[in-house]
Ligand binder design. Sequence first.
Ligand code: SF4
Length: 220
Amino acid sequence: MSDEELLFLRKEDYQGKLDRLIERYAGTGRPKLLLHACCAPCSSYCLEYLLPYFDITLYYYNPNITEKAEYEHRVSEVKRLTQELGKDCGYYAGVAEGEYEPARFLEAVRGYEDQPEGGLRCVKCFRLRLSKTAEYAAKNGYGLFSTTLTISPLKNAAVLNELGREQAELHGTEFMPSDFKKKNGYKRSIELSRKYGLYRQDYCGCAFSKAERERQRKEL
Ligand code: SF4
């Protein structure tokens, strides 16, 4: 399937698929899950929801983030969240950091810089991040991987789930389907962000999304 076709994929019941996967693993202990994390606010609900079922390591691989300082601020918030949430729920997620390699992101999205958020630039960006996550999962003995990205109302869950499936097949691991915005997941992430005083950025991550947000602000 081409990237253009991906954008027109029909949505499936990813929440139902996740429910069935959780049922499948119920009673087998808490299996290892590598969960790609874009930022602390998006991770908050996903962790609260999944930690009772899985032994989670958050994988912070986000070469899309435009500045090193912003990148480091986001990862430090992810680490703080695991500690704060752990105290409350009794389960502590680990954090593994990938490399910060912005040149690789720019190479992946070359020619698509002017696409609006949600377009082909994002497909390339998702694929890069999910491919690295799947690779890390396969190399480090995680039978399952997923991403917090599906919690965002601005991100296409069908595209993310298809790319996750594609990368799982390529790397020989299993992708956990999700649409974390269901069950009021996005709303809960805002509540948890307030509770823990998490840094909530107002743009997705790349320089292009930051410029888009600034343009929108000026137009208001
Ligand atoms: S808007 Fe977000 S998902 Fe899209 S390319 Fe930029 S950082 Fe990646």
